[in-house]
Design a protein around this ligand. Sequence first.
Ligand SMILES: O=c1[nH]cnc2c1ncn2[C@@H]1O[C@H](CO)[C@@H](O)[C@H]1O
Ligand SMILES: [Zn+2]
Length: 371
Amino acid sequence: MSTSPNPTLDLETIRRAPKVLLHDHLDGGLRPRTVVELAEATGYSALPTTDVDDLGRWFRQAADSGSLESYLETFAHTCGVMQTEDALVRVAAECAEDLAADGVVYAEVRYAPELFADGGLSLERVIEAVQAGFAEGERRAAAAGTPIRVGTLLCAMRQHARAQEIAELAVRYRDGGVAGFDIAGPEAGYPPTRNLDAFEYLRTNNAHFTIHAGEAFGLASIWEAIQHCGAERLGHGVRIIDDIKVGADGEAQLGRLAGYVRDRRIPLELCPSSNVQTGAAPSIAEHPIGLLTKLRFRVTVNTDNRLMSGCTVSSEFAALTEAFGYDLADMQWFTINAMKSAFLDFDRRLDLINTVIKPGYAKLASEASTG
Ligand SMILES: O=c1[nH]cnc2c1ncn2[C@@H]1O[C@H](CO)[C@@H](O)[C@H]1O
Ligand SMILES: [Zn+2]
């Protein structure tokens, strides 16, 4: 890590820098205005308010709950307005547009198809509507001069028992834009090993998957996700910090699990603001990302839920820059970490690193040095 302060790393520079996003929930990233308009169009009457600004504030405050379970309650309203194909197309298209406008060049956006089937849509129609929306959003972003590529991850909800079915859909649609699989939802009481069959099915089919683990629950869930289930990446994984001891001399000692995660370069999909809201970290400045980055874990920076946290990828980087003094070189490191960890063909990952990410950072660095 470079230690020199970099006064040029303001929000605008961060926004222009190419970024890669691996952990972002489709139903956690709607524009507040879209929630209001879709509620009206679809007859959803349970919103806490229909004033756009108040609603944005409501989501952020309600998610500021200190517990994952209460944080997750806010999704009833976003899922409530996402029960028609038109709504899904619109939300996905706007998601791609918003990420592209924020400087994201590659994203994997996740959602649980089963949560959008309450209005009678089949899971297949849900998936096809979301893919159509992303294709439309990619077209609009390219036309606006901010090209982005978006893959999707299908989540199964831990508290439901549909993981096998969702895993089969992830494999079936893998040539149709679905990049992988995940399990989400409440962590305590729902260990990832409840879904061993689904993970075995995915591995047998050479399919990619990540698992939300080590967010609300500790090391045991990380260990199960990696060693029993075979997760390639960890959704959050922030509690790996519990297996690292820092001595009085400042020297860090890694336990066996932390050592394994670092040695095997298992990507951590860290989401700082979300962790502060659910109580998994006390503040951004005290977030384990500082130490994990110093120790060279495969750290990536993510939003989790842009609506509930009122954040963007750029604002997350700005907060980290302020807390830890990161500069452009550090941002490029996080971005290449994420690109290397994407569920995308190797040649495409390499191409984005060499033709988009590195030249993008080189341009910003040369602008900074020539003033
Ligand atoms: O940080 C998180 N941890 C666990 N589950 C989450 C998190 N954020 C969102 N979801 C859950 O994932 C579902 C599919 O997108 C969301 O509906 C929400 O219930
Ligand atoms: Zn998440």
